[in-house]
Design a protein around this ligand. Structure first.
Ligand SMILES: N[C@@H](CCC(=O)N[C@@H](CS)C(=O)NCC(=O)O)C(=O)O
Length: 338
């Protein structure tokens, strides 16, 4: 068992080393299309709408990168990946980047050889139970059956949490969020555990959402963000600074409503460098002067993307919390555009 796990990791890292040398930024430009790995379906984060168009908070990152690099937010092939398949898809070169509620951890960076370019959502793992179970704390879950997605940090945190609290559980392994939802609603498990954002997204689709409670414990840190292969620095920079552009735009007050006006030039030099009316940041990135303008125009700044897809006015109903700007008591903090 141990051997096969090690082999799997070595294979992923080996694949990554081979593909990285190719230079993904050039590949994407030559192909004219971005291959973006996303979830198979998490409402608000990544899921196809009634017309088959991918929508969501993670999808917005893919579209912003496509707009920056290819001048076309629709030049994206969305590739659904599960907790298990996402890393081989990235390492093998099937996808150029992964934007799928994926937690930045030591081993995914150092051992699997991926580069997390930033954090687009600070999350933590939670638990959902049917109200009828009469449980009000995760510490009351001794002996529970737990629906758990394989290949995730969720699986590992769950084991740690139960061990620390001297409790036992029976895992019900599942592959996708849709399957988890179905199994949980069918009563195959007492508890569904995943990132708290994923729980909110899943519960929002329930017919009787009020019959289910999210327990107060958050048992882990899940900094979620987009990632690329190690060693592919030019491409890593493009994805990193596209995400930073969306975050900085919110801090600087650049919105989808005022961006055209601001792009003509403002009395804030950083806004001018971001939007390309001053300086040569785009050129340094291997792009043109208006790359960030295009990225921001797709769905607005970080705050607009958040509000539209997962914010308090949406059925998902997430508060900004840790994901507020640093100027507003949160952790969102883009490095300077200079
Ligand atoms: N953040 C954790 C868990 C991510 C995860 O896979 N969460 C599930 C539950 S919301 C998910 O996104 N599923 C998407 C899918 O099934 O397509 C990780 O990186 O391992």
């Amino acid at each position: 068992m141990k051997k096969s796990v090690l082999l799997g990791v070595a294979t992923i890292a080996g694949l990554a080393a081979g593909v990285a040398a190719a230079g993904t930024a050039d590949d994407v430009k030559a192909r004219g299309k971005l291959n973006c790995g996303v979830a198979t379906g998490v409402p608000g984060f990544a899921s196809p709408d009634a017309n088959g168009e991918w929508q969501g908070f993670d999808v917005a990152v893919c579209r912003a990168v496509a707009a920056a690099v290819l001048d076309d937010p629709s030049a994206v092939e969305f590739i659904p990946t599960t907790g298990k398949t996402r890393f081989t898809a990235l390492a093998s070169g099937e996808i150029d980047m992964l934007a799928r509620n994926t937690t930045w951890t030591f081993s995914r960076d150092v051992d699997l050889k991926f580069e997390f370019v930033g954090i687009n959502y600070y999350d933590g793992q939670g638990f959902m139970v049917p109200k009828a179970l009469g449980v009000s704390s995760a510490k009351e879950l001794d002996g529970a059956t737990v629906c758990i997605q394989t290949g995730t940090t969720t699986e590992l945190n769950l084991a740690d949490f139960f061990r620390i609290n001297n409790m036992s559980y029976e895992p019900v392994p599942i592959e996708t969020n849709a399957e988890a939802q179905q199994q949980y609603l069918a009563g195959a498990c007492d508890v569904y555990t995943t990132d708290a954002s994923g729980l909110a997204a899943t519960r929002a689709t329930f017919e009787n959402a009020g019959d289910h409670v999210i327990l107060p414990e958050i048992i882990s840190k899940e900094p979620l963000g987009p990632l690329v292969r190690h060693g592919d620095h030019e491409w890593g920079d493009v994805v990193r600074w596209t995400l930073n552009a969306l975050i900085a735009a919110e801090e600087l007050g650049v919105t989808s409503a005022n961006i055209d006006e601001m792009a003509a030039g403002t009395d804030n030099p950083e806004v001018n460098r971001l939007l390309g009316s001053e300086g040569t940041l785009g050129e340094m990135l291997g792009l043109d002067a208006t790359w960030a303008q295009r990225a921001i125009k797709v769905g607005g700044n970080y705050g607009e993307v958040f509000a539209k897809n997962i914010g308090e006015e949406t059925p998902i109903g997430l508060a900004r919390g840790l994901n507020a700007q640093w100027t507003d008591g949160g952790l969102m903090y883009a490095p300077p555009f200079r």
